[in-house]
Design a protein around this ligand. Sequence first.
Ligand code: ZN
Length: 450
Amino acid sequence: MPTSPSLRHPRRAADLFLVFALSLAGCEAHAEPASHPQRDAARLSQPKALHAARLFDATAGTILANVTVRIAGDRIASVVAGAAAPPDAMELGDVTLVPGLVDAHTHLMANDTGDYIDMLTQKSEAYRTLEAVANARAVLYAGFTSVRDCGNEGLMYADVALRDAIEKGLVEGPRLRVATRAIAAPGGYLPFRVSTDLAVRPSGAQIVNGIDEARRAAREQLANGADLLKLYADFPASPTEPIRPTLTVDEMKAAVDVAHASGHKVAAHAMSLPGIRNALAAGVDSIEHGNDADLETLRLMAARGVFLVPTQAVIALEIESEAPGSPRRAVLQAQVEGGKRLIRDAVASGVKIATGFDSAESAHHGQDALEAVTLVAHGMSTTAALQAATVRGAELLGWTDRIGSLEKGKLADIVAVPGDPTRDVHALERVSFVMKGGVVVRNDLPPRTK
Ligand SMILES: [Zn+2]
């Protein structure tokens, strides 16, 4: 069965359908209303089943051969291995099906090009939101069908709007869990230096001072649509100063109590050991970055079920842009070595690890697979890195009932990569097919005839 051209070019087909639908609208009283391109694209690209040479069982960490995934609506109806393709299956050939990937820490609303204040002051909120729409599509096309957005960098609740617009099918993007404004102490987040003369001072987070303000911010953010809270447990006072704890344990605990009371999770940015310890004492659910976490602290996290999201790839990307021999490159190289130590100890401790790319630049959005690649370069097994980007991410997002593995009852979020990703993690960087909720959103595979 040849792959229908409409599957490969959903928008073109949708445009034709739109013209057709509009021409009908004038003739028949009960004709469907003028159609929406996104909705029609969905209707035209929903195969009943997919067949492929291999499938990654993310729960077991194994590869199944000769697999058919049957789809009913937006869910997986069955997964059958070791059998030929049924007649109604879309044949994807010599690829491995993996669960829709999960990025547990990114910033879709951020297109920082080197000067954070410029990002906050030289672009309108509307323009930055449109940038985020483009970023969301890039991330989806890279195979990341679910994303936890860990702070919108001064955009109030625009990430809630993006999440809801994606959910409604108005724009393309991954399923989102959003942290909205994030919460920080005065002087505890970007931008570093702002003139005291400005009537309205730009800030990348909601600034709180004291327990009451922390509680108020937590309640406001959740009431306005946040899925999780993001706290800044430590930060340097300037780029050249050391990282120091910022929010107190009591301030963070006030926010954590508000979030947990309504079933929401809390992520803490924490890089220094004192900051990490404070965040753990406050009861957070995940440590973001965690650079200086030692083995003892990682074991404590493992015992409590607290996640580590180590965000190592951004350092590797940054080092590439530095000239050999530059002082900055030496600093970054030390961070890479520190990252290898962190991953080695984290794996030894048994702490749960989820991949987070921490992208905040337009050039980076869509390269999210680089985090899994970097974790492997730092010593994690390929299978564990794949699980960090699938089942573990799903658990951190609180969505184990719907994503993270390809099995009956879960959402049909399915990605195809070449070769065997358990042998070569770089396969995640070569996504050729993306399905979200049973709808093909990208298909670069050559048309096949059975
Ligand atoms: Zn971040």
